[in-house]
Design a protein around this ligand. Sequence first.
Ligand SMILES: Nc1ncnc2c1ncn2[C@@H]1O[C@H](COP(=O)(O)OP(=O)(O)O)[C@@H](O)[C@H]1O
Ligand SMILES: [Mg+2]
Length: 266
Amino acid sequence: MAMTGIINSKGGVGKSTGAVNLSATAGKNGNKVLLVDLDPQGSCTKNLGIDELSIKHNFVLDDYAATRMFYEKVAPSKLIIDTGFGFDIIPAGRDLLKLEQYIPSIPNGDSLLLRVFNADEALDYDYIFFDSPGFMGHIVASIINLTGDITISNIATPGSTRGLVDLLEMIEEMNEFRESFPGLDPINIRGHFFCRAEPKTIVHREQDQEVMEVLGDAHLANFSISKTTDIGTSEKICKPFISMSPTHKVTNEFQALFEELFKEDK
Ligand SMILES: Nc1ncnc2c1ncn2[C@@H]1O[C@H](COP(=O)(O)OP(=O)(O)O)[C@@H](O)[C@H]1O
Ligand SMILES: [Mg+2]
């Protein structure tokens, strides 16, 4: 089982789009896939039409919301909904915001999510993706403690490395802590990719270079998801982009990105 958190310390950089479409791509490749929405904005949940699904099938979304893993230690496998797009989701909503206060109020709060997942023997997936909030806090720390692995989504605008420096600092601190636990590996940076990209522009090339200097090998140079207005359309009709447009260039880019990210897990 491979797990990764889609992370950036900023919002609007393609985390949720990446999480949904990488999950859909992994599913399309014949894998059992779970997407855990841990962003209070609940973009993945909304963009997959889970709100509508809850009305149609007469369940209350709160019953399935990701917060229950933290407050009631409900097993993740009990919170799963089939998206109908070849992968499952644990949906989320605004109540996740409360976690930023709740998690530090309990002992070893940042590893609560890890404990809940480890205790769940029914969880059986090839890939688990975590969508995350666009700010560094206890939800992000919880995800990283569990996965030990992050995938950074970004957009190539001036200053795209600024958030990365904060993120790398946080990872360094977490790694220092991990060193004192035998058997815990340093956090793996699986990769960094640009979303909403216009690779031929000067600004893209400049930012590509800057990120390479900050991240080194972790930056997947040439792995960009091109800008297309159709992403907005797919969100409106509540379908993953790759399911809406299976032969689109951007669908192939998600496939190539998925293969690159997980080439060592095969
Ligand atoms: N490849 C793309 N082309 C065009 N728009 C995109 C692309 N990827 C993401 N977007 C848009 O950019 C916005 C931010 O993306 P999102 O995935 O929600 O970012 P985050 O989760 O990091 O906040 C959304 O409105 C989304 O529709
Ligand atoms: Mg998001």
